[in-house]
Design a protein around this ligand. Structure first.
Ligand code: NAD
Length: 271
C-alpha cells in the first residue's frame, strides 16, 4: 500500500531538478500526476529552463511506477492556462489532492544593480506564479471536500538574508507569508498548507553564473552560504522526502509550517 494511493498531485517545474524528483517520489507512493513546466527559456535568466523532452522523461518515470500522468507546458504566471489545467485534471482524474508549487527562477547581483526586468521576472515567477498556481487549484479542492495538502517549495532565502539575491529573497519571503495566510484560510476545509526551505540543492538552477560571479567578486558573501552539517549542497530527493511527508496523512495535523531542509543553515544564521 502506497502512502498516497489514488491521490492526484499537480507539480509545477516538473521537467527536471527537484520537480522531477518530487514527481518520482509521489508516484512511487501511488499518486497520479499532473506534471507542468514552462519548457521555454527566460530572457531574464542566464541559465536555460527545462526542455519539452525533459518533461516527457519525467512523465515516463512516473508511468513506470504505474501512475497515470497528464503533462502541460505553460507559464505559472498565466492564470487562464492554470485554470484550464485544473479543469482538465478534475475531468480526467475526478479529484485533486496535492499541489506542489515548485517552479521558480533565480538570478543574481547586488540589490542596486539588479535590472528592472530581472527583478520583475524573479518576483513574478516565484511569488505571483506560486499564488496563481494555488489560486487555480483551491476552488476545486474545496468543492471536492476531500481536504488536501499544498506544499510550496521555498528556500532558505524565504527565511533569512540572501546576499546578491534580494529579488529572490523578497519573493521567497513573500511566499512564506502566502503559505501562513493560506494555512489559516484553508484550515476549515481540511486543506493543509506548508513550505519547505532548502539550502543549495544540486540542480541546474545553481548553474546561474550571475550568482557565482557575484560570490567570486565578494568572497565574504561565500562564507554566508554555509551549512551546519559539513555539506555544501543537498540532493533533490532530500527535499522530495519532506514534500512527500507533508503530502501524506502522516502530517495530517501539520499546517502553516515553514520547514527548513537545509543541513542546519538557518540554524547557523539564527545564532
Ligand atoms: N537549487 C537550489 O539550490 C534551490 C535552493 C532552494 C530552493 N530552490 C527552489 O526549488 C525550486 C525548484 O528549483 P530547482 O532547484 O529544481 O531548479 P531548476 O531550474 O532545475 O528547476 C526549475 C524548473 O521550473 C521550471 N520553471 C521555471 N519558471 C517556470 C514558470 N514560470 N512556469 C513553469 N515552469 C517554470 C523550469 O523550466 C525548471 O524545469 C524553485 O522554487 C527554487 O527556487 C532551489
Amino acid at each position: 500500500v502506497g502512502r498516497l494511493d489514488a491521490k492526484v498531485a499537480i507539480v509545477t517545474g516538473a521537467a527536471r531538478g527537484q520537480g522531477r524528483s518530487h514527481v518520482e517520489r509521489l508516484a512511487a507512493e501511488g499518486a497520479h500526476i499532473v506534471a507542468l513546466d514552462i519548457c521555454r527559456d527566460f530572457d531574464e535568466t542566464d541559465y536555460p529552463s527545462a526542455e519539452s523532452s525533459e518533461l516527457e522523461a519525467t512523465a515516463d518515470i512516473a508511468r513506470r511506477y504505474g501512475s497515470q500522468v497528464m503533462t502541460g507546458e505553460g507559464d505559472i504566471r498565466d492564470q487562464a492556462w492554470l485554470d484550464e489545467v485544473v479543469s482538465q485534471c478534475v475531468s480526467k482524474f475526478g479529484r485533486l489532492d496535492i499541489v506542489v508549487a515548485n517552479a521558480g527562477i533565480n538570478g543574481g547581483g547586488r540589490s542596486w544593480d539588479i535590472s528592472d526586468e530581472e527583478w520583475e521576472a524573479v518576483v513574478s515567477v516565484n511569488l505571483t506564479g506560486t499564488w496563481r498556481t494555488i489560486k487555480a487549484a483551491v476552488p476545486s479542492m474545496i468543492e471536492a471536500r476531500n481536504g488536501g495538502s499544498i506544499i510550496i517549495v521555498n528556500s532558505n532565502a524565504g527565511l533569512a538574508a540572501a546576499p546578491y539575491l534580494s529579488h529572490y529573497a523578497s519573493a521567497k519571503h513573500g511566499t512564506t507569508g502566502l503559505m501562513k495566510t493560506l494555512a489559516v484560510e484553508l484550515g476549515r476545509h481540511w486543506i493543509r498548507v506548508n513550505s519547505v526551505h532548502p539550502c543549495g540543492v544540486s540542480t541546474p538552477m545553481t548553474q546561474t553564473t550571475k550568482l557565482q560571479e557575484a560570490l567570486l567578486d565578494h568572497p565574504e558573501a561565500s562564507s554566508y552560504y554555509v551549512n551546519a552539517l559539513p555539506v555544501r549542497t543537498i540532493e533533490p530527493v532530500d527535499v522530495s522526502n519532506a514534500v512527500l511527508w507533508l503530502a501524506s496523512d502522516e502530517a495530517r495535523f501539520v499546517t502553516g509550517v515553514a520547514l527548513p531542509v537545509d543541513a542546519g543553515r538557518v540554524a547557523i544564521l539564527e545564532l
